[in-house]
Ligand binder design. Structure first.
Ligand code: UDP
Ligand code: MG
Length: 323
């Protein structure tokens, strides 16, 4: 966008996947918070990430009734991180708030986030103190994941943070210039650096519907995060390989020595145990390498990150940007 075009002061980006029930309230609360936190110069960008319910109809209606609301519809479900990226790419604001559409992140925090950014922060991120209405499994797995990630990664990714954050234009532009397709936004923002400030908050239960992160999505998200931010697993595979090679060598020497002194090795049990252990370790090593290789292949293809089907403003379909 040429510098001469005036930017709204604030853009609010919310990825939505089957969120039709909560969107009315969401927009009301966000609009109130935005009006209080800055001025009237804000835009709300709702990204419909391949919803199968009435989310797009809801977004169209909202955009008709409210000038500030803009809808972006993706061609299919691309997942939370890419939907958020599509929203960030559409946002024109000097500052951009990324927020979930399910009202788990209270929009009212915007006021405080804007105040902290006024004092010079590049990023203000919400840090969850307590999560209500989430299962024991989700809480423990999320906490274990953040601990593992911070041990494995050389980038300090703050614990217990989601993607709920206010970013300035510089950070958003750098983020958008990063070409990787397997995106882990909170880690990428940490990697960018600058002045990043945590704002502790209590995470509310979902307003409506249920979590869109199935166990499978959670595992693949965790793998994306770890493989994009750490090569430690590859190193571990190398070390495991070296250690087992040494043990195998010692065993070979032992077997040969026993054979030379005429002591035939009996007992296939130990043999079987050794074979299975080593093949298991080898397979783990191969799996780890495969994870990285697979991602390399995906990135190498250089496919577009997401595909926009339509953009709606004031209830009318807008022209898609060509680039
Ligand atoms: N979401 C999305 N695409 C997906 C899954 C989720 O755009 O494939 C959106 C969802 O509508 C919500 C946000 O991402 O606004 C976070 O998802 P969810 O609340 O299901 O995750 P959780 O809060 O349980 O981690
Ligand atoms: Mg949620």
């Amino acid at each position: 966008m040429p510098a001469s075009i005036t930017r709204p002061r604030l853009s609010i980006v919310a990825p939505c996947h089957n969120e039709e029930e909560g969107l009315d309230l969401f927009c009301r609360r966000v609009a109130a918070a935005a009006a209080e936190a800055c001025c009237d110069a804000y835009e709300i960008i709702l990204v419909d990430d391949g919803s199968t319910d009435g989310t797009w109809e809801k977004i169209s209606a909202l955009s008709r009734d409210h000038e500030a609301i803009l809808g972006v519809r993706l061609l299919r479900n691309h997942g939370h991180q890419l939907a958020a990226t599509a929203g960030l790419a559409t946002a024109r604001g000097e500052r951009v708030l990324l927020i979930d559409a399910d009202l788990q992140d209270p929009p009212e925090l915007l006021l405080m986030m804007m105040a902290i950014m006024d004092r010079g922060a590049d990023v203000v991120y919400g840090q969850r103190q307590r999560r209500q209405g989430e299962t024991w499994f989700k809480l423990t797995s999320a906490s274990a994941f953040y601990r593992l990630l911070s041990r494995l990664s050389s980038v300090a990714i703050p614990r217990d943070t989601g993607d709920f954050r206010l970013m300035n234009r510089r950070v958003v532009d750098i983020l958008l210039s990063m070409p990787e397709r397997e995106r882990f936004i909170r880690g990428m923002v940490s990697w960018i650096g600058g002045k990043q400030v945590a704002l502790p908050y209590e995470r509310d239960p979902r307003y409506a519907g249920e979590t869109k992160y199935s166990l499978r999505k959670m595992v693949s998200f965790a793998l994306d995060a770890i493989t994009s931010f750490s090569t430690v697993p590859l190193r571990v595979a190398t070390w495991l390989g070296l250690i087992t090679a040494m043990v195998a060598l010692a065993l070979l020497v032992f077997t040969l020595a026993s054979w030379l002194i005429g002591h035939t090795v009996t007992g296939w049990a130990s043999l079987m145990a050794a074979i299975t252990t080593f093949s298991a370790i080898q397979l783990i090593g191969l799996g780890v390498i495969g994870e990285y290789l697979g991602r390399l292949v995906q990135e190498h293809k250089g496919r577009p990150m997401f595909m926009v089907e339509a953009i709606i403003r004031h209830g009318d379909l807008a022209e898609l940007p060509v680039d």
